[in-house]
Design a binder for this molecule. Structure first.
Ligand code: ACO
Length: 311
């Protein structure tokens, strides 16, 4: 029956319809989805660290409440994504193990440090802005549970993006020192943010197949361009300069031209040699070990409840 199953799968993809957990799917499709969704889930969880770094030092109770809520949302995103991934037949415990042993990746961007409170604003504006750009098309991804998780995540991400922009707007209306903090933060984050979209299309080994399967709906370079086009007017409204001398409107293309990120730096970061890779993984490992008693207690409790129900 294999050829029929493959034909049914292909027809679903061609109709831009959804593949659901109980449907037959090629092994390589399943494998690619596990890789991408797990990497996405790990990014949400590791992504709590750079901002979490500032919760205890927020400049006001209001900013602290906002930041706490935001970091909590990221934990929630990680959980929906791990759940979506589990529908493909892997467990969250396995995925966690793959992250902790360095066999699965998470987004390069979270290997950069957060050095000032302006970074909280920049992460909201640029990092979450890039995440939205990449994730809105994923609401139409071919795998049902992933696409549905993306809908809620994107709504929350747009809220995060606005809170970051509002924070930076507030700082830009402040003192010269505050404006300088914003500019310095944007200078540090701009290039790493452009790297979030992945390598250039010509060097992206997974893109062609993932697009043919409708897992990805746009290429890395298309989304990077879309992000730049969307962000330049926002930078102007904010009054910051994007640190790229090559950035200019191209009338003919109807897009902004922009410079090339340092792809060697990108390669080093995804290899594990970025500024904070070791720290991020060490922190995650320690949190996992310190949480072992909670998992054991929850498992023992569930077993006891089940035994009581059955008796
Ligand atoms: N950080 C770390 N690794 C990356 C990044 C990045 N920014 N971009 C690409 N890579 C990795 C890929 O995972 C792949 O490695 P692998 O085969 O070992 O998994 C390799 O670089 C080559 O890249 P591509 O062939 O282009 O990989 P892919 O088709 O998966 O495209 C992309 C990468 C665009 C990140 C895609 O996986 C995607 O859209 N993922 C979902 C979004 C996501 O993960 N967002 C997380 C960050 S945003 C946030 O959470 C706030």
């Amino acid at each position: 029956a294999e050829p029929d199953l493959q034909a049914a799968f292909d027809a679903t993809i061609d109709r831009h319809d959804r593949i659901e957990p109980r449907d037959w799917m090629p092994d390589a499709y399943r494998k690619t989805l596990v890789r991408q969704i797990a990497q996405h889930a790990h990014s949400e969880i590791i992504g709590m660290q750079p901002e979490g770094n500032w919760i205890g030092r927020a400049p006001s109770l209001r900013r602290k409440a906002i930041l706490l809520a935001k970091v909590q949302d990221e934990a929630g995103h990680g959980l929906y994504l791990y759940s979506a991934c589990e529908t493909l037949g892997v467990s969250r415990a396995e995925l966690t193990e793959l992250l902790l042993s360095g066999r699965q990746k998470y987004s390069s961007i979270f290997n950069y440090p957060t050095l000032s409170y302006a970074d909280v604003g920049t992460i909201g504006w640029l990092v979450d802005g890039a995440a939205i750009c990449n994730q809105v098309p994923l609401c139409r991804t071919s795998y049902g549970p992933y696409g549905r998780a993306m809908i809620r995540i994107c709504k929350e991400e747009s809220f995060h993006q606005r809170q970051g922009y509002e924070l930076l707007m507030t700082m830009m209306r402040g003192t010269d020192e505050q404006r300088a903090m914003v500019q310095e933060s944007v200078n540090r984050f701009w290039w790493p943010v452009l790297m979030m979209f992945g390598p250039p299309d010509a060097q992206s080994p997974n893109s062609a197949q993932s697009m043919a399967w409708g897992i990805k709906r746009n290429s890395n370079d298309e989304l990077r361009q879309k992000f730049v086009d969307m962000t330049v007017p926002q930078a102007e409204a904010l009054g910051v300069t994007l640190p790229d001398p090559g950035l200019r409107w191209n009338e003919e293309r109807g897009h902004y031209d922009f410079g090339e990120p340092d792809w060697q730096e990108f390669a080093a970061v995804i290899r594990g040699d970025g500024p904070c890779n070791a720290q991020r993984l060490a922190h995650r490992r320690a949190a996992h070990e310190e949480g072992a008693w909670v998992r054991e207690a929850a498992t023992a409790f569930a077993a006891r409840e089940a035994a009581l129900r059955d008796s």
